[in-house]
Every structure is written in C-alpha cells, then in structure tokens.
Design a protein. Structure first.
Length: 286
C-alpha cells in the first residue's frame, strides 16, 4: 500500500504557540517521508529537549525524546544497532549548537547515516527566550539585557570545515522548499545537517517570518551554483548580508558504519545471538 501523509499523523495535536515555525518543519518532515514512500515503522525519530524536541510526539514513527544536547549520540546508537532504519534527529539551536555542539563536531567527522534538523530560532524557546549561539550580536534577551556580546556562530561554515558531506539550510516559512531539501538530506548516504530558520513568534520579535523572507535567497535559483564544489559552498557559507537557503554542499565519503570492522554489513539488531555462549563471562560475576 502506498504511504500517505495521513499515516504520519498522530491523534495528539501539537501544543506549540500558534504561528510557531515548528509547525512548518513538522509538515515538511511528514511530506518528505511521504514523498520518499518510507513507511512509518522504518523511521526512528530522536529529539533533544526544547520546543523543537516535542516534534517526535506528533509524527507517527518510532520516537524518542532524549536529553538536552544529547540527541545525536542517542541517534548514533540507534543507527548502529539497526541500520535499516531511517534516522532523523531534531534539536534547537540551543541544544544543537550550545550544549550539544561537541556531539555535532564528532558526528560530522564520523559521517553516520542520519539527518539532523536544527530548529534555528536564535533563542532558547522552551526556557523563555534567552540568547543562543546563533543569536545575532547585540541581540537583547533575558540573559543578554544589554545585547549579546559574542559574534554569532556560523553553523554552515563550521560544518563544512569539519568534513560534512551534506550541509543545507531551509526556512520553516517555506515548507515546500524545505520538503525538497529534507528529501535530499534523507536520501543522502551519510550525516546530513539541515539548519532551519524557525521563527519563535513568542520570544524572538527580531528574527520573524518577515525577517527571514527579506534576508534569505534561494540557492536553487542561483545560476552556476554547484553544490559539489567545496570552495563555492564555503564562500556562500561565509557570505555577509543575505543568507543563502538550499543545499550548500554535498559530497561522498564512506559512512562510519560501513567502516566498522567486523560488522560492516551486519546491524547489531540482526546478529544471531542464539549460539553465543556467555557462561564463561557470567561465571566471572557469579
Ligand atoms: C542538561 C540540561 N540543561 C538545561 C536544561 C534546560 N533546558 C530545557 S530546554 C532548554 C533550551 C531549549 O532551547 P533550544 O535548544 O534552542 O530549543 P527550542 O526550545 O528553542 O526549540 C534548556 C536550557 C535541560 N533540560 N537539561
Ligand atoms: S516558545 Fe517559541 S519556539 Fe516555543 S512553541 Fe512558542 S513560538 Fe515555538
């Protein structure tokens, strides 16, 4: 039976603030999975803590709401144990680029096959609007009342410099374009980072839907842009002024799991353990 959009709906309804950009991301995820005809039971969706993290409650697939900053290691374990699953991971910019940035660095190096969606609203949404690593310099918030002193993090350039094989940016306000990006990210063999501009309509009154509309342009419409050209991608990532949205970069490199010695073709979940004798091991502890 063909997979339909409604297969991904849940009975429970999201409790995000009306107008939150997370709605657009949720629609795009469901639509991308439908377009790719991936059955719900073949998807594992791991999330961080935050408003963004609640997404796994409202997409009808295997979901795991993990710890703040720790969604990537949990998802890595899922993929290593069952490589047949399509693994999606979601986090906010606080979880993904703040407390969890170390895990992102190593995930980029490892290139485990999964898609990492960062709901980049440039604030900590769930804890009421404090600045995050992607807040613009000068951004005033409860934790930066005189304006953010630090330069904001450039996740696109960071990912490229760490050997990323898929780097993209989308906008929650354009769910159609975001769906196309997510389809490519999910199909990509390796770690795909998709940063998504996601307006937090309650706490961020600067980086709004209108702001992102005015300050982005679509890379797909840029004549001559080659997403397989690292130099071009880095130039775009470092560009000052408007933000490019679309797939900045894609390349091929063996995944971590393919290179895992002895287990290159066997997921742990498929190992035949019936004949394994653990009595000697157990003897040590009895
Ligand atoms: C280890 C840990 N530190 C801090 C918190 C408190 N906390 C919960 S959500 C959150 C921030 C969420 O912001 P972000 O990751 O940007 O996601 P958003 O809510 O904006 O989607 C924080 C600091 C926590 N739950 N666990
Ligand atoms: S606080 Fe912001 S990010 Fe959280 S649900 Fe409301 S609008 Fe969305």
């Amino acid at each position: 039976m063909p997979v339909e959009l409604k297969d991904f709906h849940t009975v429970a309804r999201p409790d995000w603030c009306p107008g939150c950009g997370d709605f657009g991301i949720q629609v795009a995820v469901k639509q991308a999975l439908t377009n790719l005809q991936i059955e719900p039971h073949k998807v594992a969706y791991v999330s961080d803590i935050g408003c963004s993290g609640k997404i796994v409650h409202w997409v009808n697939v295997y979901g795991l709401h993990s710890l703040h900053g720790r969604a990537v290691p949990v998802a890595s374990g899922v993929k290593m144990a069952n490589r047949d699953l399509t693994v999606l991971v979601d986090a906010g910019d606080g979880g993904g680029y703040g407390i969890g940035v170390g895990h992102l660095v190593h995930a980029l190096r490892r290139n485990i096959d999964m898609t990492y969606l960062i709901h980049d609203n440039m604030v900590y949404g769930l804890t009421k609007g404090q600045m995050t690593p992607t807040s613009c310099k000068g951004y005033k918030s409860p934790s930066s009342p005189f304006g953010a002193i630090e330069e904001s993090l450039n996740p696109m350039a960071m990912a490229l410099s760490l050997g990323a094989t898929f780097v993209a940016r989308g906008s929650a306000g354009d769910a159609v374009h975001l769906t196309r990006i997510l389809e490519e990210a999910i199909k990509h063999k390796g770690f795909a980072l998709v940063d998504i501009f996601q307006p937090c309509v309650t706490f961020n009154k600067i980086n709004t839907y209108a702001y992102f509309l005015q300050n982005t342009y679509n890379l797909d419409k840029l004549e001559g842009y080659d997403r397989h050209n690292f130099q071009m991608a880095m130039e775009k990532a470092l560009e000052v002024g408007k933000y490019p949205v679309g797939i900045l970069y894609q390349s091929e490199r063996p995944t971590y799991e393919e290179q895992d010695p002895g287990r290159a073709h066997v997921a742990a979940v498929n190992l035949d353990i019936d004949e394994v004798d653990i009595s000697a091991l157990m003897g040590k502890y009895c």
